[in-house]
Design a protein around this ligand. Sequence first.
Ligand code: B12
Ligand code: SF4
Length: 476
Amino acid sequence: MGIQLLGAILQGAGHEVSLLDANAARRKLTTPQIVEHALRLKPDVIGITLLTPMIREAYVLAGKLKEHRFTVLGGGPHATLMPREGLEHGFDAVVIGEGESAIEEAVQALLGKIPKRSVAGWAFKDDDGSIVVTEPRPLIQNLDLLPLPARHLVDSVLYGGDESGALHCNLFSSRGCTARCSFCSGHLFGKKFRFRSAQNILDEIEHLQKEYGTQEFHFVDDAMTLHRKRLAEFCQGIADRKMNFRWTIMTRIDAVNEEFLRVIREAGCYQIDYGVESGDPVTLRRIHKPHTADMVRKVIPLTARMGIDPYVFFILGFPWEDAASLDNTLSLMKEIAPYVANFHPAVASILIPFPGTEIYEQFKTEYQFEDWWLSDERNYDEMIPARTSYYESKIFHLGNILKANFFRYDESVRKKIYEIFEFMHFHNLSKNASLFSRVQKRLLMASKQLQSISVGAERLVFRPVSMVESGIRRFV
Ligand code: B12
Ligand code: SF4
């Protein structure tokens, strides 16, 4: 969505724009393939989104593009946190913060049409090779003035099964979050909560329904419910316009109440993602989470009672945590499990010290992980291969964060993390009544038992199982 918004701004200003998502769910491109694409297109400026987990690949790509003398511009979360680093790794310039207000001027300056120093909120390499960072650009005040993302510039089939696909259902209604969680890398949109008007969001949804037939929408706001009056207007607007669609949101435990949940449920909201993070009171305090474990005990069952599915995120392994603190988290998980539709182990769930966070600054020297994203050694972003054991490759498919070993967990903490991952995975399987889930649950238990007796025997029996399963997946 970020690059679609920038595409819309540039098209509006008369530029020719092409978007390439090299990391789309159904098509991952390699660096040589991206370079080849650029050589075919020969654009005047190439913009690249920079996220910390993929930063090494992005820097290699920038280097390769520079070999062909392309002009390369960076932007996004990592560029905002580490603008100088981007320039030291091949980029000609990087935009710091929101892109919409800066992109047009940045392109003009890179094309030599306006002086580079006249552009606010970016960093560039001057003619003598020195790095210049200009004064910050104010945040966009009126989000209603933004154009609709240029969704037509990306092939929706790359994201989902059919024409409408999963691509056209993501949208945002606000930016910024007022909390200050010590692990959160959300600096891009700032701490001030800014929001689009209810009418403006409904207009976009109406457009998406007409244009693409989309009936389900996912809001990617950090904390959608911070301004309740606006959301109440949004719900009223759905009724007034006689619209009918389903939607999901992400928000904070401290930012909902019963009446409010009822209103959004009646207006079609069927899922809320909450960042619970921990059940340990010390940890919740130390990470500055704006809720307590008791608030979680109330809000999760309440959400379920109101007819909305709670999806819940946890983060395991804060540097001060021992097996007892993790046990507090597991106990809370077990308490709320009857109401939880899904625990999200999908996006890893083990603490990663992202740049710019309080956790990173506090612990980088003690645990010697300064600038870890630049080294291959900490490359956690790979799946655990099925050759370890069937059990591990399923329960712990993103468990490479444990191998990255940021916080040197001792054996008791590691064991507890495994136990919690197993709990989350089995809970999710049991919520899914399909035959596949039931079979997988049995296979997992068998693989675990066999592994504890003989690693070799587990491999002998379960290697073929993994092969058959991945064959079926490829076929499906
Ligand atoms: C939806 C989402 C996801 C989705 C989809 C991610 C995707 N690639 O689109 C899923 C669930 C898959 C996901 C996964 C992860 N995510 Co995520 N995600 C988000 C979320 C909530 C919304 C993203 C979004 O659409 N924003 C709205 C659009 C409009 O903003 P945008 O894309 O950032 O684009 C703007 C600017 O960045 C800039 N810009 C972007 N590209 C460019 C390029 C140029 C050239 C220029 C000039 C400007 C520019 O301009 C755009 C308009 O203002 C953000 C939080 C947030 N509030 O943004 C986190 C966020 C991006 N995720 C984050 C993280 C950490 C992850 C994971 C690593 C989590 C994990 N532990 O596994 C994984 C890694 C995924 C991966 N390999 O990319 C961090 C990134 C931190 C960082 N330093 O990189 C964020 C910021 C959350 C946070 N607060 O910490 N995520
Ligand atoms: S509540 Fe969520 S978005 Fe807000 S600071 Fe905490 S982790 Fe980040």
